[in-house]
Design a protein around this ligand. Structure first.
Ligand code: GTQ
Length: 347
């Protein structure tokens, strides 16, 4: 072997020459390409609704829902500027729709979830059926379904949009098109999906045509009741408190193929045991206040705040009074690929 300086020069020269053929030496980057454990390049972050809401309302005066198509303030991970991502696989935004407005019909291959943060009575329509939304409801917009949103109530409505935009972009599998009219014709009466699919039963000969749940709206009233029931049924889990996952009753899997959705109740004063998992998750605070220590960083939250926990970051939640947290992540995708892991800190 030559002396180190000569050797390094020879290597640099070699890298330059193979670079001309669009090749690179694996040995210079092997450790980063195949890290010993997840080393996410995004951060924990928190959006205080008291600070966010005035900007949302200001956006309402700047542009109509019709002109904007979707009047949304994107929640972008501060470590990924310009990416429109909250995690490398997930998109999140807060959508505002004012009384009398319509966000015109379109469809895309990206799947969306709506989690209602503020307001009552606006609707979203999917393939000819509307659902009226209330705070805490979780509503799905399956891949490639026509959807428009409207607000026939007298108050602004704000919801958290969760989409698999970055994941679909990674596959370069995105398609989109606009509807012929702003509002879809209503072809299915209000409450039809709920009546047919939402009671843990399915019409006897019904067969799913796709992986998404036949349930359109998972209303908060039922979710809350389920959580309350769980508190009476046994002790809280050390890492999660009382945590439920939303389910596609036809498959047992997640309601949306690409995004898992969860709701958890933390009893008054409860502090979770340290926990980490490979799915980075976006949280929306439904009730109460508290704090989450995420990779050593303390995020203090209260009702209607949003926050993000990166992959493999250790998290400890602590509720002041009783608190309820909604969250979503790419866990179903990781599970399908045999990638998902968790670390319950030995508990
Ligand atoms: O409501 O269809 O936040 O297409 C981003 C893209 C919402 C929607 C977003 C979208 C939508």
């Amino acid at each position: 072997m030559a002396a180190p300086a000569t050797r390094n020069n020879a290597r640099r020269d070699f890298y330059e020459r193979i670079g001309g053929l669009s090749m690179a030496p694996l040995w210079e980057s092997l450790h980063q390409l195949v890290p010993p454990a997840p080393a996410p390049r995004y951060r924990p972050a928190h959006w205080d609704y008291d600070k966010v809401r005035p900007f949302l309302m200001e956006s309402g005066a700047l542009i109509t829902a019709k002109e904007a198509v979707r009047r949304v303030l994107i929640l972008e991970n501060p470590a990924m500027p310009g990416s429109a991502c909250i995690t490398p696989t997930l998109y999140a935004g807060l959508q505002l729709i004012l009384p009398g407005e319509v966000a015109p019909a379109h469809r895309h291959t990206q799947s969306a979830l709506r989690f209602i943060v503020e307001g009552d009575g606006a609707y979203t329509a999917v393939d000819g059926e509307r659902t009226i939304m209330h705070e805490g409801d979780f509503v799905i917009t399956p891949t490639w379904t026509w959807h428009d949103h409207g607000n026939d109530s007298s108050k602004p409505m704000v919801w958290l949009d969760g989409l698999d935009i970055p994941l679909v972009a990674m596959f370069n599998a995105g398609f989109a098109e606009n509807g012929e009219s702003d509002e879809q014709a209503v072809t299915t009466p209000l409450g039809t999906s709920d009546a047919r699919f939402a009671s843990g039963l399915l019409p006897v000969d019904w067969k799913p045509a796709r992986q998404t749940s036949p349930i359109f709206n998972y209303p908060y009233a039922r979710t809350r009741e389920a959580l309350q029931g769980l508190t009476r049924a046994g002790p809280p889990d050390a890492c999660h408190g009382y945590k439920l996952r939303y389910v596609n009753t036809a498959s047992g899997g997640a309601p949306i193929a690409t995004m898992g959705t969860y709701m958890q109740l933390l009893p008054k004063g409860f502090e979770t045991a340290a926990y980490r998992a490979t799915d980075g998750a976006v949280f929306s605070v439904v009730e109460g206040e508290g704090q989450s220590t995420v990779g050593g960083e303390v995020l203090r939250w209260k009702k209607r705040d949003q926050f993000v926990v990166p992959s493999w970051a250790s998290v400890v939640h602590k509720a002041r009074g009783e608190a309820v947290l909604f969250s979503f992540s790419d866990r179903p995708v990781q599970e399908k690929l045999d990638l998902w892991r968790e670390d319950r800190g030995g508990k």
